[in-house]
Design a binder for this molecule. Sequence first.
Ligand SMILES: [Zn+2]
Length: 291
Amino acid sequence: MKESDTLRRFMFEKFNIRGAFVHLDATWRAPLDLKDYPEVVRDQLGQCMAAGALLSSTIKYNGSMIMQIQSEGPLKLLVVESTGDHTMRSTAKWDGDVTPGNLEHVFGKGRVVFTVDSETAKDRYQGIIDLKGENVAETLETYFRQSEQLETRFWLAANGKSAAGFLIQKMPGSGDDDQEAWNRAQILSATLTDKELLGLSAEEILKRLYVEDEIRLFESEPLSFRCSCTRERVSNVLRSLGIDEVHKIIEEEGDVSVTCEYCNQKYSFDSVDAEALFASHVPPNTSATKH
Ligand SMILES: [Zn+2]
């Protein structure tokens, strides 16, 4: 039986190859319960959520990592955010009917933007690559080859119940033996079906794929859905709009309402809230003269 909502890293004992599996269940169904996604959008989003979890296993960071696909086709925007403590959220935007097809058909011309947003400036990072190839997995492989000089392979799958993925990566400093093992690992990994990836445990998949290799499988790391939106964050956005703009909206609409795109949480501010919003943020010098 597979474990739910977990990330499992593994490594080949004798070769310079590492990998990771991710199985998302409740973490994946949470965004599905919030929005009625067309099937094509749903499966792309699920694959990207699995990819986001896998990516977060390849680097260490505090804060959040955002993988965003921006494109001109029917599926316009896809966002997956994962935090250093393994919580995730995701959302997508699309126009009209999104019919099944290859990457270009679904997304049109597009690009993937990776952002690591960290509290410390030294960990902040942004990378961009054009959406290209058969699927998102292939785009990610190209990205790792070009930007990180790391041979990496991704397999991603999703349906209405679960999303899953795994990666293998050839580590720097590999010799001839490693190259041979890497070639073999890729061929064996490619035999795994989506159904197996979605339904089998990490142990079962490793046994099924690399029966002749010694593999060290690490402890499972739990993943969960959590939205990081707060009333305070929305307040900051409203403050940046300015007091006049906020008053204008309240005059026209009665209040200012902001709905979180990730979790549908609604934040409303009436005229009293708006007063408090700006009163509490008067710069220290001017507030001193008021007393
Ligand atoms: Zn939210």
